[in-house]
Design a binder for this molecule. Structure first.
Ligand SMILES: Cc1ncc(COP(=O)(O)O)c(C=O)c1O
Length: 393
């Protein structure tokens, strides 16, 4: 088959010229484009890595039971999910590889349909195309319920790029629709520990928190056909370690495990150890979330003052903004808006200020007016960006 089905450019390459221009700003570049953590990996996790640095033997794909038990305990304590066992858990090498490979590893191909959100992290589509499956962008199960060819439905909550959190009832509706034709629901929840608004910020013990696809009010207490996908990249500043997991239907997990054993898809043993320590420690996660909350509190009012309007952004690492009426008129007059989606005019304006964001166009046709502004810069740079945006106003 070759690699031809993926002959698409890597989207972020298109941002390079804007980044180069932004870098010439006298006060320096503020890069709010890719959501890569900028704060140090917490000391407790760096120490855990050092402790586990003697890794002379091969790790297992499943990881030790103790790691999978930590995942089970984390689901209970942080997500309100009960009834899991270590057999419901699969460690993954970061979550991007799982997102990209899941359709192939489930054996999907031509004739199958993968449903993805209308404004979506691009890898859902890439993974479906890699498998040769068809993609349907939809946020409404009425668009596909009853269609036998729908084999996999991706949910992403909190969403990238939108920061939208799906209420449990909406997720449950998707699960019911998928089960009617035995489609798998995979729910990518990697921003779940970064909620900013109620009820998502409410205590899990009180029924709050970002709903998980495995929670009883979504799954009916049955993980059949369901996978929750989670990553430690964002909550624990571990993006460089590649530490993530999927959990849910034990039959699916077993199938994926077998295949990934054949493929040698092992999380390195020292990283498996770090994952366990990270999952058992809630304090560092709260500290990191507080850093992002402070940055959000600086950046959001500055974006609004500059004429942007906010959509969703209830959780996660991004502010999902589009120009309000006044700013829109000014942007449309810019040469950068000619023959291109409006997001590029916003990108152009921000580059003048030495700021790089993410163009909505990367996330689907429904997102062309928006830009995604990441909270992943140092406090000093976020503060500088806020000052530049306010000066614009
Ligand atoms: C929605 C979503 N899923 C998955 C990932 C991949 O995360 P990682 O591979 O670091 O676990 C990202 C990263 O930005 C993301 O935004």
């Amino acid at each position: 088959m070759g690699f031809a089905p993926l002959g698409v450019a890597y989207p972020w390459d298109a941002v390079v010229p804007l980044r180069e221009r932004a870098a010439t700003h006298p006060d320096g570049l503020v890069d709010l484009s890719i959501g890569t953590p900028v704060d140090p990996t917490p000391r407790i996790l760096q120490d855990a890595l050092a402790t586990a640095s003697d890794a002379h033997g091969y790790p297992t794909v499943a990881g030790p039971t103790a790691l999978r038990q930590s995942v089970v305990d984390w689901f209970g304590r942080r997500r309100g999910v009960t009834g899991l066992t270590p057999d419901h858990v699969l460690p993954t090498i970061g979550s991007k590889e799982l997102v990209a490979l899941l359709p192939s590893q489930l054996g999907l191909g031509p004739g199958d349909v993968v449903v993805i959100p209308t404004q979506a992290y691009p890898t859902y589509e890439i993974g479906a195309r890699l498998a040769g499956a068809e993609v349907l962008a939809s946020d409404d199960p009425a668009d596909w319920v009853g269609r036998e060819e729908v084999a996999l439905v991706w949910l992403n909550s909190p969403g990238n790029p939108t920061g939208r959190v799906l209420p449990a009832a909406a997720m449950a509706e998707v699960v019911r629709a998928a089960r009617a034709t035995d489609a798998v629901v995979a729910s990518d929840e990697c921003y779940a520990m970064l909620p900013w608004t109620s009820p998502w910020t409410d205590a899990v013990e009180d029924g709050g928190g970002v709903p998980c696809v495995l929670r009883e009010d979504v799954s009916g207490g049955d993980p059949r056909g369901l996978l929750a996908v989670y990553s430690l990249s964002k909550q624990s500043n571990l993006a460089g370690y590649r530490a993530a997991f999927a959990a849910g239907d034990p039959d699916l997990v077993g199938q994926l495990l077998l295949q990934r054993r054949h493929l040698g898809m092992m999380v390195p043993a020292p990283v498996q150890h770090v994952m366990r320590v990270a999952l058992d420690d809630d304090a560092h996660v709260a500290e990191q979330a507080a850093r992002y909350a402070a940055r959000r509190a600086l950046l959001l009012p500055a974006l609004l003052a500059a004429g942007f309007e906010l959509d969703h952004s209830e959780a996660g690492l991004y502010l999902w903004v589009r120009p309000g009426e006044g700013l829109r008129a000014r942007l449309e007059a810019r040469p950068a808006a000619r023959d291109r989606a409006l997001c590029w005019a916003s990108m152009d304006l921000l580059a003048d200020l030495g700021i790089v964001a993410g163009p909505g166009e990367f996330y689907g046709p429904a997102a062309q007016d928006h830009v995604r502004v990441s909270l992943t810069e140092s406090d000093a740079n976020i503060s500088s960006a806020a000052g530049r945006l306010r000066a614009l106003a």
